[in-house]
Design a protein around this ligand. Structure first.
Ligand SMILES: Cc1cc2nc3c(=O)[nH]c(=O)nc-3n(C[C@H](O)[C@H](O)[C@H](O)COP(=O)(O)O)c2cc1C
Length: 341
């Protein structure tokens, strides 16, 4: 009898391990969203949810002066990130700015700096930064050369596949191969697309075939089903970056790691507490009811996608002008809109 019991418990242990194994070796990274994934978000997220291994901070950018703006300082200070595993990011096309940022983050205790070659907006790309730099491998080479000879910062990349076309990145890989780049996170679109159209999975496959460096996949992972689809399509990838999908659905990483499509039973209760925490953070940071509600609306524009009627949800929040109205709208959304789940 005892033997039987221990055999069946062994079997159930094996099946539990098997159940968890497929996703256990996957690392989930919070992809940075300027205006969303600051330390307030990171702390609120980690108070209620799990599943994210690493958070990339939104980029540091210089405006012609070698000064780190207070907003970036607050975001990166270790005391403001008590539980997070954070990696700072810089967006620049100047080796001197890169080195300045590297020395700054190093002074705060960070070992790694992520380089943004992904931003698609003309204001950035016209200056040869973000995805506008991908078509210039020589310049990337010069910058990386100087950074690696003058600092010992660990460099990782976050890129699109190009600005005009998805093969631009193929000429960058031989340059990156000259340096100890920790990893290359690839948002599988081109800059000119902005966020339109789908991700280019064939283009990403080409990237896998053209480099031996470590690649992370990024783009449109918004559900567990989509994550599973990407895992099947790219079996060699074990690092996944979640951007808008993470904002929209904070339960997503935990569900991916737990191999489940089911939300926890206390979904609404947890989500409601999370909302309160984001709200309190917005109140501390901003002045006036309007500004706080506008901030929450920007989150709701993402949250709404997980509700049966997204347009109606956004409309309800948009109409509110006071905290009282906002609270009533949220209560209504959580009670009425979720009934159909
Ligand atoms: C509002 C917004 C802000 C973003 N800010 C950054 C940023 O600071 N740094 C960066 O590398 N990418 C930034 N991105 C790109 C995302 O990190 C991510 O690469 C992109 O949204 C694709 O991934 P997703 O489909 O999972 O969202 C931003 C995207 C959005 C929509």
């Amino acid at each position: 009898m005892g033997n039987l019991e221990s055999k069946s418990s062994k079997e159930s242990l094996t099946s539990i391990i098997y159940l968890y194994l497929p996703s256990m070796h996957h690392t989930l990274v919070s992809s940075p969203l300027q205006g969303f994934t600051d330390f307030h978000f990171r702390n609120a997220f980690q108070r209620f949810f799990t599943g994210i291994n690493v958070f990339y901070a939104p980029y540091i950018r210089f405006n012609g002066r070698m000064v780190i703006k207070p907003v970036y300082e607050h975001d990166l200070q270790v005391k403001n990130n008590p539980r997070s595993n954070v990696i700072p990011q810089v967006m620049t096309c100047s080796a001197d700015e890169f080195i300045f940022a590297a020395n700054y983050v190093h002074s705060l205790g960070y070992q790694e700096l992520n380089w943004n070659l992904g931003c698609p907006y003309p204001m950035v790309t016209n200056k040869g930064m973000g995805s506008g730099l991908i078509a210039n491998p020589d310049k990337i080479d010069r910058i990386l050369d100087k950074v690696h000879s003058e600092t010992d910062i660990i460099v990782s990349m976050k890129m699109r596949m190009g600005y005009e076309h998805s093969r631009e990145i193929l000429d960058v890989f031989p340059v990156l191969a000259k340096y100890p780049i920790k990893n290359i996170g690839i948002h599988a679109r081109i800059g000119a697309q902005l966020y339109r159209g789908g991700v280019d999975l064939e283009g990403f496959q080409r990237c896998i075939e053209h480099t031996d460096q470590k690649l992370y996949f990024n783009g449109d992972i918004t559900t567990v089903a989509r994550f599973e689809e990407m895992c099947d399509r790219f079996p060699s990838i074990d690092h996944w970056m979640l951007g808008r999908g993470l904002i929209a659905d904070p339960f997503l990483p935990e569900m991916i790691k737990d191999n489940t499509h089911e939300y926890p039973e206390d979904r609404i209760e947890v989500f409601s507490k999370y909302l309160d925490t984001l709200f309190t953070a917005a109140e501390k940071k901003l002045t006036g009811e309007k500004a706080v509600i506008r901030k929450m609306l920007s989150y709701w524009e993402y949250f709404s996608s997980t509700f049966p009627n997204p347009t109606k949800v956004v409309k309800k929040i948009k109409k509110t002008k006071t905290y009282e109205e906002y609270d009533a709208a949220v209560k209504d959304i959580l009670a009425v809109e979720t009934l159909s789940y």
